[in-house]
Design a binder for this molecule. Structure first.
Ligand SMILES: [Fe+2]
Length: 202
């Protein structure tokens, strides 16, 4: 199921709409014993997209709490470390799978430069750079965890809030504009082909 995370991100407009209406994500239970079907697989894969929203929310809350007292506590540093682990694994894999299985199919249809394909690829590079900066800032903060570390916290906050906002906007962009482009340019057969490639690149 994890292999379909990216296709799900592209087609997850329904979840984005529900989230916008209710203020929080809502997952529809899926019958895992049902027949193999790309659309059903996409719905299942949504279960693996939603954690990103929770991780970003937890990161923002931990940063706010620490910034309010100008110092981190152990629980907040644990949130930062778990967030970095999520960025380094699930999120980074998400970007790579999308670049292998989805973007080439769209590029073949609409080209790259001056199109949404280039925008999405640029976003991915910015997210990777942001993760590296967040990682460096967290290492610096952890090295001074037992001493006053307001400057290190401010630096971590700067990169953390950037990722919260940038990754959030990127996912919203994929849920709306990229999903629309994929439906229009690839059609049902094209989407099935992307789903097949995602399985192969797991
Ligand atoms: Fe993406």
């Amino acid at each position: 199921m994890r292999t379909l995370t990216l296709v799900s991100a592209v087609l997850a407009g329904l979840i984005a709409q529900v989230s916008a209406q209710t203020g929080r994500p809502r997952v529809t239970p899926v019958d895992a014993t049902g027949p193999a079907d790309p659309v059903t697989d996409v719905e299942r894969a949504l279960l693996h997209v939603l954690p990103a929203w929770y991780v970003l929310g937890a990161l923002e809350r931990a940063l706010d709490a620490a910034m309010n007292r100008n110092r981190t506590q152990a629980a907040e540093r644990a949130v930062f470390q778990k967030t970095l682990s999520f960025f380094r694994t699930e999120l980074t894999e998400h970007l790579a799978r999308e670049e292998r299985a989805l973007l080439p199919a769209l590029e073949a249809r609409v080209g790259r430069f001056g199109t949404l394909v280039n925008v999405i690829a640029y976003d991915h590079d910015e997210i990777r750079r942001g993760i590296d900066k967040f990682s460096e800032a967290l290492a610096a903060l952890r090295a001074k965890a037992s001493a006053p570390h307001a400057p290190e916290l401010r630096e971590l906050n700067r990169h953390g809030i950037f990722l919260v906002q940038y990754v959030g906007l990127h996912m919203a962009k994929e849920d709306s504009s990229l999903a629309e482009m994929a439906r229009r340019e690839l059609g049902e057969e094209g989407i099935r082909e992307v789903a097949r490639r995602l399985r192969e690149t797991a």
